[in-house]
Design a protein around this ligand. Sequence first.
Ligand SMILES: *Cc1c(COP(=O)(O)O)cnc(C)c1O
Length: 410
Amino acid sequence: MTYPASTGESDATSGQDYRYERSAVIDLDAIRHNVRRLAAAASPAKVMAVVKADAYGHGAVPVARAALEAGASWLGVAHISEALALRAAGIDAPLLAWLHTTDSNFGAAVASGVDIGCSGWELDRIVAAAREQERPARIHLKVDTGLGRNGSTMANWDTLVGEAMEYQDQGLLRVVGIFSHLAVADEPERPETDHQLAAFREALAVAEDAGVDPEVRHLANTPATLSRPDTHFDLVRVGLGIYGLSPFDGQSSAELGLQPAMSLRTKVSQCKHVPEGQGVSYGLHYRTEGASTLGLIPVGYADGIPRVATGGPVRVAGKTYPVVGRIAMDQMVIDLGPEAPAAGLLGAEAELFGSGADGGPTADDWARAAGTINYEIVTRISPRVPRRFVHEENTIARPVAAAAGGKAVL
Ligand SMILES: *Cc1c(COP(=O)(O)O)cnc(C)c1O
């Protein structure tokens, strides 16, 4: 999670800043705006900002701070290791991790006050960790209402709830939450969300009958937060939306009142005149139709741009060009046409995607070019691309006082 950007390499003599060679610029004001927008949609339910996978590639620690500042009251991650990294950075907000293996460090989670999602087999390990740490674990029981991934089956739910309550009575844990995850909320016309909602209500009733009194019941992801108020319960878990991206096909970020927070930028690294029929990149699958000018863009699949995304847009000097030929490990090419000045664009800024507000290219465009979803485009931008944070100054101060006053911090 430490990117080259944090070292701030710059060359005082030339005035150049190597961080501008290629960077994913993260606008923390956009994150704050999106959290406020989602909080308004969710209200009175509270917001859990999902910052797994390094905040979908945006940088978990700065994003988590900005989200908390803008009104998120919980954080969510997949792995306990991701949660521990946030605690190590001094972030003391309620924090849930839900995806475990038999090697997960439940002891460290309990010691750090990290809430643990529990689908079944984890329960005994969590209890063993609580005994070892001499501290009750905080767990959220997860029920599979139809997604078919983790979560207890409905058939096993009764038993899981019963066992958890026995341990709660022994003071070894507290059932803080009950949750489930939706499968098709991004397609609001599909009926399965109704089926999952009914199953979730049934699971809640079983838990209540067993004496569970959860602080938070949570089901909704970003699309359900925006389209299904009946799924909000006490807390919504929003990932994609806080990054300003739309979960819906055919509905843009702007239409949802969201601002994409990541812009991927680099500089044109070569520009040259070529004759008609010039082959471009491995395989020579593109040839110039006439004499033309090629612009070399120094990012490739090692930077996380999908290799299949030929045709994806790159904006240079106010004009957007499709990538031609194969995307390689480190570079890709755009055909600037016969009129472009050969040397004139050397060093010009090249934007692969950004806010889209000014008609520029978007992560959605790259998702279409790659045959994937916008989630994947931003999340896979690799650590070779420095993250550059802007509008960091408003970010909430490190909650040092809170950390000292309560939970253990690693
Ligand atoms: C990733 C994830 C989310 C967030 O989903 P978005 O569609 O990005 O809002 C919520 N809940 C769980 C369990 C997840 O794994």
